[in-house]
Design a binder for this molecule. Structure first.
Ligand code: MTE
Length: 301
């Protein structure tokens, strides 16, 4: 990114990098709340950094994948209203000292949601930039005291065909299940989201609680979670079970490994016309590539 330096700018006025980063955060937040901001001199260019330009709320909430409500992109927004998200219980089980059933509020307490702007890259080669509200999973899991045998975490979506009519079909093996290796689950980027754009999660986006793992294809980010289980074996996940040759357990965004039926080199940012290059680990390689050192990412796709 090119930051222009006006000729009349005194060296003392040049924004130091730390401050620039903070202002950039501020700009992002300001964009979220829709506030009109007077940009300080020298950071105007930051506003044109379109890599993290937010996808409009309307697109984020009307173009979805949530097969429990149908396989069409507009089905979730149309039909997810039937999902009752209050009260909500999360069951914790498996290899841990403190299993149990927790009301959602107790499950999340004492943490409060923070904002994280993440790119979400779907395996179908579209992407969005979403200002999530959530709590890092790493803050929540230790409370249940996973034991040394807890190598993986399995997540399960609600199973209730009366509320989720897609579950009356054979679109996928129900309930929807996803999983992470323990170190992935404990990575600071991994978020349990409770909201977006400063509001509660809309049902179609996975209310009241969904996972967001920004360096992995979107299908890992399981919605409407009712159960978390610590396991010693890799969880059998829904898409992997449905089509193992197409959807691996790791599902790290990787432009060099094609889906058997299409390329993963490019993506279409929802709302944009031109396609852009897909980045390894969805642009989060600096933070997460180390988790997969010594692993063959073609084999472990
Ligand atoms: N979770 C459940 N329970 N059911 C689903 O069908 N779809 C996944 C993921 N989580 C899905 C799910 C897929 S394929 C994607 S790309 C993301 O949710 C989409 O999230 P979004 O609709 O909030 O953009």
């Amino acid at each position: 990114m090119l930051i222009q330096k006006p000729a009349d700018l005194q060296p003392s006025e040049i924004t130091p990098p730390e401050l620039y980063a903070r202002r950039r955060e501020f700009l992002k937040t300001a964009a979220v709340v829709g506030a009109a901001v007077l940009l300080p001199r020298g950071v105007v260019q930051a506003a044109t950094d379109d890599d993290l330009k937010l996808t409009p709320y309307k697109d984020v909430t009307s173009y979805n994948n949530f097969y429990e409500f149908g396989s069409g992109k507009t089905d979730p927004a149309e039909y997810a209203g039937s999902l009752k998200t209050k009260p909500w219980t999360v069951t914790v089980e498996g290899h841990c000292e403190k299993p149990g059933q927790y009301a959602l509020e107790d499950f999340l307490a004492p943490h409060t949601s923070e904002e994280r702007i993440y790119r979400l890259r779907c395996v179908e080669a579209w992407s969005m930039v979403i200002p999530w509200l959530g709590i890092p999973l790493a803050k929540i899991l230790p409370r249940f005291q996973p034991t040394a045998s807890a190598k993986y975490v399995e997540f399960t979506t609600l199973f209730d065909p009366a509320q989720m009519p897609g579950q009356k079909t054979r679109l996928l093996p129900w309930p929807y299940i996803e999983g992470l290796r323990m170190d992935e689950a404990m990575h600071p980027l991994t978020l349990l989201a409770t909201g977006l754009y400063g509001k509660e999660l809309p049902n179609q986006n996975g209310a009241p609680l969904r996972l967001v793992v920004p360096w992995k294809y979107g299908f890992k980010s399981i919605k409407s979670i009712v159960k978390i289980r610590f396991t010693d074996q890799p969880p059998v996940t829904s898409w992997n079970r449905e089509a193992p040759q197409e959807y691996g357990f790791y599902a790290n965004v990787n432009p060099d490994v094609d889906h058997p039926r299409w390329s993963q080199k490019k993506e279409r940012r929802i709302g944009e016309f031109f396609r852009r290059d897909t980045l390894p680990f969805n642009g989060y390689a600096d933070q997460v590539a180390g988790l997969y050192a010594n692993m063959d990412l073609r084999k472990n796709f």
